[in-house]
Structure formats: structure tokens, C-alpha cells
Write a protein that binds this ligand. Structure first.
Ligand SMILES: N[C@@H](CCC(=O)N[C@@H](CS)C(=O)NCC(=O)O)C(=O)O
Length: 206
């Protein structure tokens, strides 16, 4: 059995978990916190980050992008949410990179609010907020005008990654996300989070 290490409040872990449900790859979870259980996480990943996926033979795969690469291979080319090659692959990975980066900035802002509440760097926070804003604008502009998914008729990893990132921004930094300015993203978010694979992985601490 695969073991997925981390908490469901991580947008990185969630995009992995949603993808595993979508591909029908079962897993058990080790609910470790990167702060509360830092020593245990460090034994699995020297970066002290989650998610970590432990394969049935004990191999450890970390960084969500590398885990998704492994899962795509397991799912096979017919079912893979990431096209195998060429311009189509690059387009999906480009959108995934911005969605993944949006998640990174959203998590960074949360950590900053928690750890530096008494001594915030306003200059740094301003920069992260700008990065979040620009990523949201980029994604809104890049999404297919007619939908229903980011790249039209076929759901891809872009939809899952972007929806997981939007969930985190909306949950942790509500005022950074004005849905009225992002109608295409709102439609993709609503459609993605209504899927069974998403509902199986609720955003929660733990
Ligand atoms: N690039 C990594 C980012 C993972 C990441 O930053 N996870 C957060 C939890 S949401 C974490 O472990 N943070 C601890 C830290 O950065 O020290 C990935 O995509 O897996």
C-alpha cells in the first residue's frame, strides 16, 4: 500500500491525494505536521516538507511535482492528467507551474502570518501579495474562454492543481481572492471541487 505523509491543509498534498483518488490508487495516510512532527518528517525528507509518498517497496518520493510524475506513469498514457509530450504537455505544465506557484505563495503567506506576527516584513508581504495577484490574473487570462475545463473539454492536472491552490488562498487569505474578477477560475473551481475525487480529500487541518 502507498503511504501519503502530511496533512490535508496542504495544497501540495491535496493535489496529490485528489489525483490518487482520480486514478484509483489507494493510500494510507501518515498525518504528520511539518512543524509539530518536524523530526519525523526530516527522516523522510531532508527539506522537512510534505507531501512525501512512500511507495509499497519503501522508496520515498517527494516534492508534489515528482509524485505527480510518478502517479502519471502509474496511471498510464490513456488516463494520465498530463499529456505525454510536445506543446500540449508544455501548456499543461505551464499552467500547473503557475497554479503550484500560487499555492507556494499562499502557504508562504500563512507561515509568515503565523511565525512573524509580531515582526512582519511589510515589504516582503507586499511582494507575496503581488505574486498571488499576478498568478491569479495569469490563470484567469490563460483559461479557456468556453470551458468547461482550463484547456477546454478535457480535464487535466491544471484543473486539479489550480483548484487546490484556490482553495488554500480562499481558506487562508480570503481577501486576496475576489471571485468577481476571476469568473473562469470560479467555474473551474466549482466544477473540480464537486468531483468525487476532490470531495474525498476535504481541506482540513490534520
Ligand atoms: N515544492 C514542494 C512544496 C511543499 C511544501 O512547501 N509543503 C509545506 C506544507 S503545505 C511544507 O512542508 N512547509 C514546511 C517548510 O517549508 O518548511 C511540493 O510541491 O511538494
Amino acid at each position: 500500500m502507498h503511504r501519503l505523509v502530511g496533512q490535508y491543509d496542504s495544497p501540495f498534498l491535496r493535489r496529490v491525494a485528489v489525483t490518487m483518488h482520480y486514478y484509483g490508487i489507494p493510500y494510507e495516510r501518515d498525518v504528520l505536521s511539518v512543524f509539530g512532527n518536524a523530526d519525523q518528517v526530516a527522516e523522510l525528507n531532508p527539506l522537512i516538507k510534505v507531501p512525501v509518498l512512500i511507495l509499497p517497496d519503501g522508496e520515498k518520493v517527494f516534492d508534489s511535482q515528482m509524485i505527480l510524475d510518478y502517479l502519471d506513469e502509474e496511471a498510464g498514457p490513456e488516463k494520465s492528467l498530463t499529456p505525454a509530450k510536445g506543446a500540449e504537455r508544455r501548456a499543461v505544465l505551464r499552467a500547473v507551474t503557475i497554479g503550484w506557484g500560487l499555492a507556494e505563495k499562499s502557504v508562504a503567506l500563512s507561515i509568515d502570518k503565523n511565525m512573524h506576527a509580531n515582526a512582519p516584513s511589510l515589504q516582503w508581504r507586499h511582494r507575496v501579495r503581488l505574486q498571488i495577484k499576478l498568478c491569479l490574473e495569469w490563470l484567469e487570462n490563460a483559461a479557456d474562454a468556453d470551458g468547461p475545463w482550463f484547456f477546454g473539454d478535457k480535464m487535466t492536472q491544471a484543473d486539479i492543481t489550480v483548484a487546490a491552490a484556490l482553495d488554500h488562498v480562499g481558506f487562508r487569505h480570503e481577501r486576496e481572492l475576489d471571485w468577481d474578477n476571476h469568473p473562469k477560475l470560479k467555474a473551474i473551481y466549482d466544477r473540480a471541487t464537486a468531483l468525487d475525487c476532490f470531495k474525498a480529500v476535504p481541506l482540513m487541518e490534520g
